[in-house]
Design a protein around this ligand. Structure first.
Ligand code: SF4
Length: 917
């Protein structure tokens, strides 16, 4: 009996035979190499298999890699469209240099040698002249672990900038303050109750790996509770959907916490052992006896206000449903899994407090590191060591972490235009890497202004696989590879286990299987498309050709001293030296570790699913030279906490200053935020009670996306055929009041301007809230260049010279002639409206996260309004920037530093750089 198989067995991957689909019904057979790689279309790092035609070397198909422990053979729609991206008729295939004014859209093709010489010379001069502060790398989609940081360290620059403060900083900070790790790793598959504040089944952090495990958990009987004002795909799958008023989620969560505490249905032993309750009593209730019973009483008192009825009055969710959710959490015991990533945490002022409140539930249940509970990401993500690590940079870059934001969890990236306008610095060479700040970030016209200004940014280099609104304002557009065109290593905390994935340029691998020598990945990729990993090596050699700057040595082969390192050298070294178990597994198959990874694309490091790393006892060696504090049991070595005494044993504990879970944050108290020292409910900046509903004020929820959208790399035919429009979700009652029907044009006025879009009238959103997906509305300024014609509208931008801009769509998507016959079949025209460009920056004063929700006024569009119209005033955006900046409480901290020493940075400089000068 034959059995149905979803994937060819790895034994078939060297010669897989399939029928040629295009010659049906004739049965032509074609031969393929099946070469694994890692998807590049979000950070989940799912395993993919590329079917490479042995004759033509074309990638004919992508599907999931069945041996990948995280994605287990599955991809989402975004993974399988990789061939669309490879064949996109509008992709950038050759290095381009601008010839006219920046942003004027005139380009000439250059060779990689020309670009490398120019950039290498420029960066060398900046380093030699002591201008390292003027070099900056700004990443959107990282898709790798540690490679670029190593490059920047080798150059000696504190120049790593990221997109994280428009993405997940608040969620990370909330988690970090509790645990010292910036995100959880929920074990959904084994949970009894799952509580989500992110739309994980459509766009959560680890979308496909998490989504499949949430459904697995549900199929085993888990109860799914979702807090979201919008009926997302995740809400639609929930047993209990709680559409709380946006920004009030913490009130609902604290009502659950109160229920657990007052009913005594919490894990008393865990809390007593692992929470820093003594520090809380000392700081907040010095008059109470230092007993756990005092803490329990004080805890009940802290949250006394959060009755179900009070939570109902704040959130709009019926008290009975809140009690039902509380009961489900209580019943889960330690099998309680939860996650908050973007959504509420990213939407609101004090959003990081929402995550802290959520994690309070995890702590109360003692669900840390338990089956069906929540691991720490550091337990489940595996990052190997890279060869020959350079030292950290020896200075502090204020353009990244200014004094106003000592606790910002990531770089204050989206404020860069305002910092440059204020003269806080200038950039000599600015790399944007798979990043489109002009379109993705709020306040895009301010980005356009500084990108055009050569006195502020001397040279802008866009490393990108496709055209973008930002790349249009570059000096060089350098084409970089997609998921089957580049080398990277990646790992994520997808579940209770650890693995390492290997992305590789599959055509290059196929050419080498054919016996062809390939010197550079761009020799195998379409056109002159390269990959960053090789590019940075080549550029570093141009910066330091003779090694006199001390940079070149980091880019020499560990196997052939003095020669340029190759990708085989680099990744071969990692796989040989820093992936436990891989050399042995490879040897068993008669392969080198590199050959093993090229063959399978992934290695399962271990199944240390529930390590409870905090409970590990410190070995005698680690204990030598330590001292133990009598009062707290903290174990310190040379002033650094290394563990904590619990139950008479020296344990590793958590990565916090107290080595315990910090319910009370001494850091927040000491750095100027004592009122936020414990998890608390603080309504967001668009609090529903303050909306002037009579004047048609609404809360705009702009930070969700559809499951078929890939940040800025969505514009390909299959994805846009599925979803190409982002209308404004509006509740039926609200639409009736405004006299708006589905499809009508509406005008949405924000703090700095307005946009015009269509209404979608639905019961799937809370009245008083309007919602709009943030991954549509791409535009270009030239008919034939600058954006995917399948997916962008041609626009005309009028600048009035006084900070006011207007954008009008000339036309939307149209069919067009190209090598791809499908481009003549484009049937859609409206491709969305760019809402983000009309938003002011709204940096949370603690986490630094952009608070995405907007207070808006909605009206029926007038006769002069057209679909896609945009109006913005950048002077107003700078004024609002200053208003938000005024809320900060700047460094130095109590010890004279810029930032608490225990707060990491994506690229951490030397300890001395933390000192305030
Ligand atoms: S979830 Fe992300 S990594 Fe996985 S297939 Fe989809 S886009 Fe690719």
């Amino acid at each position: 009996m034959s059995t149905f198989r979803t994937h060819p067995d790895p034994s078939q991957w060297d010669d897989y035979v399939d029928f040629e689909s295009k010659s049906w019904p004739k049965k032509d057979r074609r031969h393929y190499w099946i070469i694994p790689s890692i998807c590049f279309n979000c950070e989940s790092a799912c395993g993919i298999l590329a079917y490479v035609d042995k004759d033509t070397l074309e990638v004919r198909k992508i599907e999931g890699n069945p041996v990948h422990p995280g994605s287990r053979g599955r991809t989402c729609a975004k993974g399988v469209v990789t061939p669309n991206q490879l064949e996109d008729p509008d992709r950038v295939l050759y290095p381009l240099k601008r010839v006219g004014a920046r942003g004027a859209g005139e380009w000439k093709r250059v060779t990689w040698d020309e670009a490398l010489d120019d950039l290498g010379g420029r960066i060398r001069r900046a380093i030699q002249e002591g201008r390292r502060r003027e070099l900056m790398y700004h990443v959107g989609r990282p898709g790798e672990d540690g490679y670029v940081n190593r490059v920047l360290q080798a150059w000696g620059i504190d120049g790593h900038n990221s997109h994280t403060n428009v993405c997940s900083s608040s969620a990370r900070l909330g988690h970090f303050l509790w645990t010292g790790a910036d995100r959880p790793s929920p074990d959904y598959a084994n949970a009894k109750t799952i509580l989500l504040l992110s739309s994980h089944l459509e766009s959560g952090h680890y979308f496909n790996p998490h989504a499949q495990r949430i459904i697995e958990g549900k199929s085993r009987g888990a109860r799914l509770i979702v807090i979201d004002p919008r009926l997302s795909n995740t809400s639609a799958k929930a047993d209990l959907w709680l559409p709380a008023n946006p920004g009030t989620e913490a009130a609902l969560i604290l009502a659950i916490a109160r229920y657990l505490v007052t009913s005594g249905r919490y894990n008393r032993t865990f809390v007593k052992t692992w929470v820093n309750w003594e520090a809380y009593l000392e700081a907040c209730h010095p008059d109470l006896p230092r007993t756990f019973e005092s803490f329990e009483a004080a805890l009940a008192n802290e949250y006394e206000q959060f009755t179900p009825e009070y939570a109902e009055s704040e959130t709009g969710v019926p008290a009975a449903q809140i009690l039902e959710a509380a009961e489900a959490v209580a019943a889960a015991g330690t099998a309680f899994a939860t996650h908050s990533w973007r959504a509420a945490a990213a939407g609101h002022l004090w959003g990081w407090q929402i995550t802290r409140c959520l994690y309070l539930l995890v702590v109360l249940m003692g669900a840390v590191g338990e089956p069906g509970g929540v691991n720490l990401h550091v337990t489940n993500k595996f990052v190997p060591k890279h060869p020959n690590p350079p030292p950290p940079p020896d200075y502090w870059n204020d353009l990244l972490f200014p004094k106003e934001y000592p606790l910002a969890f990531f770089e204050m990236s989206f404020l860069l235009p305002h910092f440059l306008k204020e003269g806080r610095g200038r950039l000599d060479t600015y790399f944007t890497r798979v990043y489109n700040p002009l379109w993705t970030n709020p306040d895009g016209f301010s980005w356009m202004e500084v990108l055009k200004d050569e006195s502020k940014i001397g040279m802008h280099v866009a490393l990108t696989p496709i055209w973008s609104e930002t790349a249009w304002f570059a000096d060089y557009v350098l084409p970089m590879g997609l998921g089957t065109e580049r080398h990277d290593t990646m790992s994520q905390e997808t579940h209770a286990g650890r693995w390492l994935g290997f992305r590789q340029p599959v055509t290059r691998v196929a050419m080498e299987k054919k016996g062809q020598k390939v010197a550079h990945t761009y020799d195998a990729n379409p056109g002159d498309v390269w990959e960053e990993a090789e590019f940075w090596v080549a550029l570093s050699w141009r910066i330091d050709p003779d090694g006199s700057l001390g940079i070149r040595k980091y880019f020499e082969s560990p196997y052939r001293p003095g020669e340029q390192i190759t990708m085989d050298d680099y990744y071969g070294w990692i796989f040989e030296h820093s992936v436990p178990g891989l050399p042995d597994a490879a040897k068993k198959e008669g392969l080198t570790p590199l050959q093993y990874m090229r063959r399978y694309g992934v290695f399962k490091v271990d199944d240390i699913a529930y390590s409870k790393a905090h409970e590990q006892t410190l070995a005698a060696e680690a204990l030598s030279g330590t001292r133990v504090s009598d009062s707290s049991g903290l174990i310190e070595k040379d002033g650094t906490p290394v563990g904590v005494m619990t139950d008479g044993l020296p344990r590793v504990g958590f990565n916090t200053p107290s080595r315990k879970l910090e319910f009370y944050s001494p850091t927040l108290a000491a750095w100027g935020w004592p009122e936020h020292a414990i998890p608390r409910y603080a309504p967001g900046h668009v609090y529903w009670r303050t909306l002037d509903r009579a004047a048609n004020e609404f809360d705009l929820l702009p930070n969700f996306r559809l499951p078929t959208l890939i940040h800025t790399r969505s514009p390909v035919k299959w994805l846009y055929e599925i979803s190409h429009n982002n209308p404004l979700w509006m509740a039926t009652t609200d639409a009736a009041k405004l006299g708006v029907e589905a499809g009508d044009l509406v005008k949405v006025r924000t703090g700095i301007g307005a946009f015009v879009t269509r209404a979608w009238v639905t019961e799937g959103i809370r009245p008083g809230v309007v919602g709009m997906s943030h991954h549509l509305g791409r535009w270009r300024m030239n008919e034939d260049q600058g954006g995917a014609r399948t997916a962008s509208s041609l626009v005309k931008i009028t600048g009035h010279g006084d900070g006011r801009y207007e954008m009008r769509q000339v036309h939307g998507a149209r069919p067009f002639a190209s090598d791809d016959p499908d481009s003549g079949r484009v049937w859609w025209s409206e491709v969305g409206v760019h809402q983000n460009i009309t938003f002011p920056v709204q940096p949370d004063p603690v986490s630094g996260m952009h608070c995405w929700h907007q207070r808006v006024k909605v009206e029926k569009a007038g006769p002069d309004d057209h679909y896609g119209d945009i109006m913005v005033d950048t002077n107003e955006s700078h004024r609002l920037y200053k208003e938000w900046m005024a809320m900060t409480r700047p460094a130095p901290g109590p010890d004279g530093t810029r930032r608490p020493m225990w707060f990491d940075r994506p690229l951490r400089p030397v300890p001395g750089a933390y000192k305030f000068e």
